[in-house]
Design a protein around this ligand. Structure first.
Ligand SMILES: [Zn+2]
Length: 494
């Protein structure tokens, strides 16, 4: 076996796969033919290739080991993905075809979550949520088989359990993130309960009586729509970028696809077709605060990929620690929680701005507590092979962290592969630290500083070569630390 050939084919495979997703999600063609791509590159995902690259990684050091580790992670990840591909296809097909009958109308199961978030009547929301239960139960049959297969694969590959495998593949420890977030849950519990209770008070409920659908409705926050008009979504992002010295209209490698096409994927997403030479940002603006945040988030990913130094090998341009790109996405995503940005960029009065900030920080705290609870649950789920009784544990752990009611049957649906939960959490933690660093080096309103743009361009040029832990050290921190994130939330919610 030849490592250079594996490396070259891995890059070609990645680009062809991206192209397939681009055609489908972009709404240019109906079918998604990823199996054909996998078939063309099947030699990459043989067990023998996995073992070969692992051996190579274990025998290398320094820069070579860094590069080989990323390649191994990629090859092993795709090998595992390939082993559960049939189940994924079955699941995706059933998921796309499923419908529920709402007031005599057949509604796609996939659009029910948006309907629930927009429904003013609590009773109707609850009814719609219950209608999805039989579909979830049916999905669980496939998901249970899939989860057990993943756990078996970890053992086949020589690991003690799935969690150990992911730690080795991704190159970071999960338990320390779990422990930091357990402390975060304890420290923010009082403030969370008080803020949720006061937000829910207008409907006569408290957090311990709230259901998931109540919270979807609460965070849909229609009352703020007027400050986030559809027409302003893209221009708001472009203006923000110009503030740090980047003019998206002048970037030849950044393509904005804002066209409305019937089959285009409705949510914003970034497609790095060629890093850094061709990065496409898809969005179909619909307005609202979440849409502005989605645009800023994807814009962060886009600018990151567009600024990666092209001298880097494939591994650093395409692979690596995804928490790094998520950090840059969060950095812009959370600009609406910055009072100065809010007042500069949106037509909002002082009183409504302070009202919105309270809302936005509660929203952030909710998500942090949700992901903190999810990591605690997933550590338990992935520490042993067997998953019996985990539906009950899911309900207990989520209810302990979020105080509101949860349905046990979401215990597999609410899990992303490969501890993505930990990657988001590391990004959330590092984002606050990085922002603090940028402010110290520039000014309080860093988004009006081209020097801030220069700091970011330097970091972006590395691609995802370094982990967030390494980047934290690089900008002067000892380690990832949840304290700045916690302090900021506490300050803004009292
Ligand atoms: Zn993202």
């Amino acid at each position: 076996m030849d490592i250079e050939k594996i490396r070259k084919d891995a890059e070609l495979f990645t680009k062809e796969l991206e192209e397939e997703y681009y055609q489908n999600l972009g709404g240019f063609k109906d079918e998604l033919n990823i199996s054909a791509v996998y078939d063309r590159y099947s030699h990459l995902f043989q067990r023998s290739t996995v073992d070969f690259v692992k051996k190579l990684r274990d025998g290398s050091e320094g820069e070579e080991r860094r590069q080989n580790s990323l390649l191994f992670s990629f090859i092993a990840g795709e090998y595992i993905g390939n082993m559960v591909k049939k189940l994924d296809e079955k699941y995706m097909t059933e998921d796309a075809k499923a419908t529920v009958n709402v007031d005599g109308q057949e509604v796609p199961y996939r659009s029910i979550a948006i309907m629930i978030a927009n429904e003013d009547s609590r009773e109707k929301r609850s009814e719609m949520d219950d209608l999805t239960d039989p579909i979830v139960e049916k999905h669980n049959e496939i998901l249970r088989e899939r989860m057990l297969r993943l756990h078996d694969l970890a053992e086949d590959l020589g690991y003690g359990n799935y969690m150990e495998m992911i730690e080795d593949l991704k190159g970071f420890r999960i338990k320390p993130v779990n422990d930091m977030m357990e402390k975060f849950l304890r420290d923010t519990e009082r403030i969370y309960v008080d803020a949720m209770n006061s937000a829910l008070e207008k409907w006569g409920i408290t957090v311990d009586g709230a259901e998931r659908h109540d919270v979807s409705y609460l965070f849909r926050a229609k009352e703020y729509d007027k400050y986030f008009p559809k027409e302003g979504v893209v221009e708001n992002w472009k203006a923000t970028m110009r503030g740090i010295g980047i003019d998206p209209d002048a970037q030849k490698n950044v393509i904005l696809d804002t066209e409305e096409r019937p089959k285009k994927y409705p949510r914003a997403f970034t497609m790095p077709l060629e890093v850094p030479d061709k990065v496409i940002l898809f969005i179909t603006p619909h307005g609202g605060q979440d849409d502005y945040q989605a645009m800023l988030h994807e814009g962060g990913h886009t600018e990151h990929f567009a600024h990666v130094d092209r001298v880097h090998p494939f591994e650093y341009r395409y692979l690596g620690d995804v928490s790094v790109s998520e950090t840059y996405a969060f950095l812009f995503n959370y600009l609406p929680t910055d009072e100065l940005w809010l007042k500069q960029y949106l037509n909002i009065g002082d009183e409504d701005a302070s009202d919105y900030l309270g809302f936005a920080f509660l929203n952030k705290l909710f998500f942090l507590r949700r992901y903190a609870s999810k990591i605690i649950y997933e550590v338990e789920l992935h520490s042993k092979r067997d998953i019996d009784g985990m539906d009950r544990r899911y309900k207990e752990i989520m209810e302990k962290g979020l105080k509101m009611r949860h349905k046990a049957n979401r215990y597999l649906l609410d899990v992303d592969d490969g501890f993505y939960v930990a990657q988001y959490l590391r990004a959330w933690i590092f984002e606050t630290q990085l922002r603090k660093h940028i402010i110290e080096k520039t000014k309080r309103d860093w988004f009006n500083s081209t020097a801030a743009g220069e700091i970011l361009k330097k970091l972006w040029s590395y691609g995802q070569k370094y982990s967030v832990e390494e980047l934290a050290e690089m900008v002067g921190y000892e380690k990832l630390d949840t304290e700045p994130m916690k302090d900021e939330i506490m300050k803004n919610l009292t």
